[in-house]
Ligand binder design. Structure first.
Ligand code: GLY
Length: 375
């Protein structure tokens, strides 16, 4: 438990307050003083709703027992795994159950699961009685390094992911990297893609650490993962504190996401994991960066690192025309036009608006044929 002795304690200041963040191997261990006490005080003797999935409850539910015993009542709300739960009708059923269980304005909600549970739970908490406090206990790497932080919440509509939601920051985030040991390697890899995204544009030391420790990280080593989760959280906190509602600089966190979303949608959700699509999306963005003379030294380094991820190949069914249409529809396409996030050099990114669609189109066929060939 050496990671336990040095949990990383961070905080994110946002327009409505502050999120306390604890990262460590064993951070949720029953009896642990600092985070455990803090959570206990936050809960007090209130009604607690816990949003989770049957699988997470079965694997890790025992870790919450000491906490559940502290609240007046604990109501466990289970939803199905993954994106399928992020629906307005599911949120509606949860609100009904919370009302029936006597939920009040000062009741509390815990999200205990991956990014989808966090997105849905944040949305449910943000709207219930005009907003109740919640804490995120993320159980996947992707949720620990990115999705649980920064207050984005959402549900999906048919064909449009994350299109209804609000900014509602959690009161706290506790990321216990020991929970990651039950994840399949592909899930860890998908979360590491988001780490690489932040490391490349915001934290050169983190990039070097991922390069050095990649094998242990991919194996789900809780002690190796703890400083990586903490550094990613720190990088994200810096950006979100400067630009909480994504007017500008927070868009750096969308590196790899413009083509990534298109690949994810074209592959049929579930065909590629979000993080895998983002990894390919970063490779595509490197082509656009190269065309502008950017990231000349960083590009081969990222290509090498992502090559070690052993990504699944791009599905052969992907077509240029469909990707072009999907890129145009990307939710980051604002009234002001499509914004591409490109690496400028190590630790620095730029947001560019003037890449002609014809240039994007011209890069797609060679990218699909040979995604790693960024020369
Ligand atoms: N995942 C990107 C953001 O939180 O802004």
């Amino acid at each position: 438990m050496s990671g336990l002795r040095h949990p990383h304690l961070l905080s994110l200041r946002h327009p409505r307050g502050e999120t306390s963040i604890v990262v460590g191997a064993g951070a949720l261990e029953p009896g642990l003083t600092a985070p455990g006490e803090w959570l206990g005080e936050w809960l007090g003797a209130r009604t607690l709703f816990v949003l989770t999935t049957p699988r997470v409850r079965r694997l890790h539910g025992s870790r919450l027992r000491p906490l559940l015993e502290r609240g007046a009542t604990a109501e466990i709300l289970e939803v199905e795994e993954g994106e399928a739960a992020k629906r307005l009708d599911v949120a509606g059923e949860l609100w009904d159950r919370m009302l029936e269980a006597g939920g009040k304005r000062d009741s509390r909600l815990l999200t205990f699961g991956g990014g989808s549970v966090g997105d849905l739970g944040g949305f449910v908490a943000g709207c219930f009685l005009r907003g109740i406090e919640y804490v995120q206990l993320p159980t996947t790497l992707l949720a620990q390094v990115d999705a649980s932080l920064g207050g984005k919440t959402a549900v999906d509509r048919p064909g449009a992911k994350n299109c209804v939601g609000l900014f509602h920051h959690p009161a706290g985030v506790i990321s216990d990297t020991e929970l990651l040991s039950t994840l399949p390697r592909e899930e860890i890899r998908a979360g590491l893609a988001e780490v690489v995204k932040m490391a490349a544009l915001l934290d050169p030391d983190l990039l070097a650490r991922v390069e050095r420790d990649l094998d242990a990280l991919l194996a789900g080593d809780a002690i190796a993962l703890a400083p990586v989760v903490a550094a990613s959280a720190r990088a994200k906190i810096g950006v979100v504190e400067e630009d909480p509602e994504e007017a500008d600089r927070r868009r750096l966190l969308n590196f790899g996401h413009t083509m990534g979303h298109a690949l994810e949608a074209a592959a049929g959700f579930g065909g590629l994991r979000h993080g895998e699509a983002v990894a390919y999306g970063m490779l595509f963005a490197l082509r656009l960066a190269r065309d502008r003379g950017l990231a000349a030294e960083l590009a081969p380094r990222l290509v090498r690192l992502l090559g070690r991820f052993e990504l699944p190949p791009l599905p052969p069914s992907l077509h240029r025309e469909e990707l072009v249409a999907l890129v145009g529809r990307d939710k980051k396409a604002r009234e002001s036009g499509l914004a591409w996030v490109l690496p400028a050099k190590l630790g620095e990114g730029v947001i560019v608006h003037d890449i002609p669609m014809a240039q994007v189109e011209a890069e797609i066929a060679p990218f699909l044929a040979s995604p790693f060939a960024v020369k």
